[in-house]
Design a protein around this ligand. Structure first.
Ligand SMILES: Cc1ncc(COP(=O)(O)O)c(C=O)c1O
Length: 423
């Protein structure tokens, strides 16, 4: 049967009409035009998260039988403490825990967070007003941006730094002003240089120590400078603090600086410190007024966490130094292997780094970390994160994750050694 296609007037569909009026009238139908639905402007310049793309490629290589050793992603492979898992199991079996939860989180979890802050960071937080449990600290980054940023507002973000700061700022309509972190300055912000800039439109500054990806630990002096900078320039400082328990002898909170609550919101997380990345438990801590402001946004986005997860998280926060020491002993052994692997690749690195990764400068024969990463991936079936994904200041670096058994590092070393010319 012959059809003519006619553009319809204003509703964006194409109508098909039978020429032959004797044809069954039911064949007259409206067919949706196959136009591609445009994504919103706010997604312009926001690509798929690097790791989500790379993991797909690694999957494909594995399907071809390559057996890639992935030393990229920082997802702890060790389990949480057995008591934490038991708490989840036992509480999940109860009848009365399955409903919606308080938007501000269970008081049991908030009290556990305040005790944890007192015990480990010497910071006093009111569990009723100064703590907001989060579904991971990553969501807190977005909530803060949505709470405080209007179109055109500026935000200081570290380069290199966690890519989510940049995407959350852009998604919220803000503008990123990068500040460079350099090896020669111990990866600390260059405050003097920053103070000379026009900071009138800057509302927020993201900082993160222990720093990811550089592994730079915090210090009291640095934290005091950050708080002073925030006060002098009327900038709300967002300290993202998920790595303070990993290979770091002295966990520190930016809130421990005197009167820091005036200008600081701190994000923290159980993902790395308690091997609970998949559980999605984090927290936002700060002055009541700021917690309330972020809650205005967050309470419209989600409806709280499953209560047994919150109760198990509270259990985890009560774990002793012993448990953290055991976890860190495992990371220490792995880190030794990573140092060995980096020596093989002729990379430069500091042994004073803390956190879940090792950051290393690549040898001059590689153009950048992407080239080294692809070389090792395609020729040796080992994936290492190129430093450039954390900002252009990371271009000459790579980042190796400690999330894997010692044997995996040994196998990676073996594969790489087979290729390297003997020195
Ligand atoms: C610096 C930094 N902040 C935040 C996060 C997110 O942590 P969470 O699992 O608590 O969302 C990560 C995760 O890799 C990170 O590296």
């Amino acid at each position: 049967m012959a059809f003519t296609r006619e553009e319809s007037g204003d509703d964006g569909v194409v109508q098909m009409k039978a020429k032959d009026v004797n044809e069954n009238i039911s064949k007259l139908r409206r067919v949706p035009k196959q136009a591609k639905m445009k994504v919103s402007k706010r997604l312009e310049g926001i690509g798929e998260y690097y790791f989500s793309q790379k993991l797909r490629e690694i999957d494909q290589l594995n399907r071809q039988g390559k057996n890639i050793i992935n030393l990229g992603i920082g997802s702890p492979d060790l389990p949480p403490h057995p008591d934490v898992i038991r708490t989840l199991q036992e509480d999940a079996a109860k009848a009365n825990v399955h409903g919606y939860q308080n938007y501000k989180g269970s008081p049991i979890l908030r009290i556990a967070i305040s005790e944890w802050y007192r015990q480990w960071y010497s910071v006093e937080l009111d569990p009723d007003t100064e703590i907001l449990p989060l579904i991971g600290s990553k969501e807190g980054i977005m909530h803060i941006c949505m709470t405080y940023l209007d179109k055109g507002d500026e935000v200081l973000v570290p380069n290199p730094g966690y890519p989510t700061y940049r995407s959350a700022v852009k998604l919220a309509g803000g503008k990123c002003i990068e500040y460079k972190l350099k090896d020669k300055n111990n990866y600390e912000p260059e405050f003097e240089k920053l103070s000379k800039k026009n900071l009138r439109k800057v509302k927020l500054m993201f900082v993160n120590y222990p720093q990811m990806p550089t592994g730079q630990p915090p210090s009291t002096e640095l934290f005091e400078k950050i708080v002073a900078f925030g006060k002098e320039n009327n900038i709300l400082i967002i300290h993202d603090n998920p790595y303070s328990f990993i290979l770091n002898e002295r966990p520190m909170s930016l809130l421990s600086v005197k009167d820091a609550k005036e200008v600081v919101i701190e994000l923290n997380s159980l993902s790395k410190s308690h091997n609970m990345a998949g559980w999605r438990v984090g927290m936002l801590c700060g002055a009541k007024e700021k917690v309330d402001e972020v809650l205005r946004f967050k309470s419209n986005m989600d409806s709280g966490m499953f209560l047994p997860v919150q109760l198990a998280a509270a259990k985890a926060l009560g774990l002793s130094q012993d448990w953290h020491d055991q976890v860190n002993a495992i990371y220490t052994a792995r880190r030794e292997k990573v140092f060995e692997l980096l020596d093989l690749l002729n990379c430069d690195y500091s042994k004073q780094q803390v956190g879940l990764f090792v950051w290393a400068k690549i040898p001059a024969r590689y153009k950048d970390g992407y080239e080294l990463s692809d070389d090792i991936l395609y020729n040796k079936n080992v994936f290492i994160t190129p430093g450039g994904i954390f900002g252009d200041a990371g271009r000459k670096y790579i980042r190796v994750s400690l999330c894997g058994a010692v044997e995996r590092f040994e196998e990676a070393i073996k594969r790489i050694r087979e290729r390297e010319p003997q020195k």
